[in-house]
Write a protein that binds this ligand. Structure first.
Ligand code: ADP
Ligand code: MG
Length: 322
């Protein structure tokens, strides 16, 4: 019989590869880390509940990976460098095979980003994973949601809508051509936190957010907190070959605008830094999709248009939990 302490020791303490700034990791009442003074600490927490944030039949390895990925994505969206995480795990039972898979997914991503698991909590109950992530950012260089200015160009990383399609496939049997199935499911189950992109955008982007609830909802947060409006050109939204192979263009736009789970970054850049951006981010996939404008009608801050100037009718917004 696996006790709580055996479980922590076997699956977590033994699996950790500590960073050099971890003075005391798992095993005491608190962890102790060294913070170098000109840096600021960026802190974020996210909970993933089975059946809400991932389908109940998601593999343990994908759950381990994704629960860390969404937290690293929040740090990326501030331009923070990930350092330490804590993990609160609620499990229906101490199932070694499940824990093995979870840890494989979790630590593969943690090690790739030199992130150390420094503590946590383990309880029994319906499956739920809460991770608190800690990152470092040089003083006053974090990229917030509130910095967008009129005239800024709006960019997104990679492609949007893939995870939304994969979720529709998992939940409603939406058809996906066989050759694209694994790449799309991977976008849902193992989103890539855009940490390197986020770090490179310090000193370039005025505002940034990660897209977890759909472009409309998340860009909406930038507009609200920056007190500006925006025009986004529908045809400029980057869509993957896989998405376009599976659904018609209109449905692809709808998914890109309203489906969550992509974990791409959306950021705004002042026009005089466009050349700097293109130079610094030449090795990243980024696409300009529109621009920040002054309010015309504050209640309709986001104007979605076709390139010919016609407005795009949007029927439903991103995911809302309540
Ligand atoms: P306490 O009772 O002092 O809160 P616990 O018995 O909950 O301590 O945990 C013992 C140690 O194991 C602590 O250092 C805690 O941070 C760590 N820990 C517990 N659960 C986890 C977990 N799921 N992942 C990582 N560390 C954990
Ligand atoms: Mg204690």
């Amino acid at each position: 019989m696996l006790t709580e302490f055996d479980l922590i020791q076997h699956f977590f303490s033994n699996a950790v590869k500590p960073r050099s700034d971890v003075v005391l990791g798992i095993g005491d009442d608190c962890a102790i880390v060294d913070i170098t003074s000109p840096q600021q600490l960026a802190v974020s927490i996210d909970t993933l509940v089975s059946g809400v944030h991932f389908p109940i039949d998601t593999t343990p390895s994908d759950i381990g990976y994704k629960s860390l990925a969404v937290n690293l994505s929040d740090l990326a969206a501030m331009g923070a460098s990930p350092a330490w995480v804590t993990l609160a795990l609620t499990l229906p039972r101490a199932d070694p095979a499940w824990l093995e898979g979870f840890c494989e997914g979790f630590f593969s991503l943690a090690n790739a980003h030199d992130v150390t698991l420094i503590g946590g909590d383990t309880t029994r109950g319906p499956l739920s994973i809460t991770i608190q992530a800690h990152g470092l950012v040089p003083k006053n260089t974090a990229i917030t949601r509130s910095g967008a200015a009129v005239g800024d160009l709006i960019y997104v990383t990679h492609t949007l809508g893939d995870a939304g399609l994969a979720l529709a496939h998992r939940l409603h049997g939406q058809d996906i051509p066989f050759e694209y199935r694994s790449v799309l499911l991977n976008r849902l189950n193992r989103p890539t936190p855009r940490v390197r992109e986020g770090l490179r955008l310090r000193g370039i982007a005025n505002a940034m957010i990660d897209i977890s609830d759909g472009l409309v909802a998340d860009l909406g947060h930038i507009l609200e907190q920056s007190d500006v409006s925006a025009t986004v050109y529908i045809e400029k939204i980057p869509l993957s070959t896989a998405l376009l192979a599976a659904v018609c263009r209109d449905e692809a736009y709808r998914l890109a605008l309203t489906a969550g789970d992509d974990y791409e970054l959306c950021f705004t850049v002042p026009p005089h830094k466009k050349a700097l951006l293109e130079n610094e981010c030449a090795d990243f996939a980024i696409t300009c999709i529109g621009e920040i404008t002054a309010h015309h009608d504050k209640s309709m801050a986001l104007n979605l248009r076709y390139l010919n100037g016609e407005s795009y009718p949007l029927t439903h917004r991103g995911y809302l939990h309540f």
